[in-house]
Design a protein around this ligand. Structure first.
Ligand SMILES: Cc1ncc(C[n+]2csc(CCOP(=O)(O)OP(=O)(O)O)c2C)c(N)n1
Ligand code: SF4
Length: 275
């Protein structure tokens, strides 16, 4: 297996679910590489948060994004050079709080990119404020008496927005997660992978996750079944919830043109879009 590690000091808390995600990503990238995808054709982006540090620990090229702008940055890279496989890493606060509109519109456009959402149910880096996915009653710095809001669920939201691939993995099951990431990257269109991940310092839900995790037996046959399974309160289902092929944004915009490969000027690009 290709080593995609870097020499950057790892500052995640020991036991953090991000380690499992990093291992899964490395495994997935190695198998995509072995299947013929050059590492130079992979670009990564991220937002800001503990999840974003994964950028420093992967020997891959990309852009370290601004808070919540990981998918916007990934969309820009894809539009500039559709030959690249673009993968964005986001946090639940980052991608579904500060950057919600960018996330939803990338899905709506069926941008051919992959979003890996590190869902630890809290803002980890800023020490435990509640996020849009924090559970009702979650106690953290900003909600010492318990979160009075109820979370929304990421997969139904992204499916409604237009994601054409939606899956859920678990940081403590990196082999399964690696397989989902390979499927997501190979999918043509917006692929969304929610990763359940404990934050051992501010939302240590390992026990609950281990207790509730259950593998889907097959891809649900309808959108309503996918939503029902993705919102189940007794089990946290893992696997692929939805997968469909629809036109992707960059091809609708300018067919097979590639502004970077073809060295197109702004005038030439505008001309292609207008005809
Ligand atoms: C525009 C902006 N707002 C707020 C912050 C402060 N900030 C940095 S990280 C973070 C929380 C990130 O939480 P999440 O996306 O869930 O990631 P995690 O740290 O849990 O991986 C916040 C609010 C910032 N850097 N920029
Ligand atoms: S604060 Fe939470 S998410 Fe951040 S590194 Fe520590 S355990 Fe992981």
């Amino acid at each position: 297996m290709r080593d995609l590690g870097t020499n950057k000091e790892n500052t995640w808390c020991s036991g953090c679910g991000n380690f499992g995600i990093l291992n899964a990503v490395k495994k997935a990238m190695s198998s995509l590489h072995e299947a013929g995808l050059p590492l130079a054709d992979i670009a990564i982006t991220c937002g800001i948060g503990c999840h974003g540090k994964i950028f420093d620990y992967l020997a891959l090229s990309g852009v370290y994004g601004l808070h919540g702008r990981g998918t916007a940055t990934a969309s820009g890279i894809k539009l500039a050079n559709p030959n690249l496989q673009v993968i964005s890493f986001g946090g639940d606060g980052d991608s579904l709080g500060e950057g919600l509109e960018h996330t939803l519109f990338a899905a709506k456009r069926n941008m051919d990119i992959t979003l890996i959402l590190h869902n630890n149910g809290t803002y980890g880096l800023t020490t435990g404020q509640f996020s849009p996915l924090s559970e009702h009653g979650y106690k953290g710095l900003s909600t010492p008496a318990g979160n009075i809001e109820r979370p929304f669920r990421a997969i139904p939201l992204l499916l409604e927005a237009g994601a054409t691939f939606a899956a859920r993995g678990y940081s403590a099951n990196p082999d399964h997660l690696a397989d989902l990431i390979v499927q997501g990257v190979n999918h043509k269109g917006f692929s969304f992978i929610e990763v359940m991940q404990p934050c051992v310092s501010y939302n240590n839900n390992y026990t609950e996750l281990n207790h509730k995790i259950k593998l889907l037996e097959a891809i649900p046959s309808s959108n309503s079944q996918a939503v029902e399974l993705a919102t189940n309160r007794d089990y946290i289902y893992l696997g692929v919830f939805s997968k469909m092929l629809l036109p992707v944004y960059h091809e609708d915009l300018y067919q097979d043109a590639n502004p970077v490969r073809d060295r197109l000027s702004k005038l030439q690009r505008t001309h292609i879009i207008e005809i």
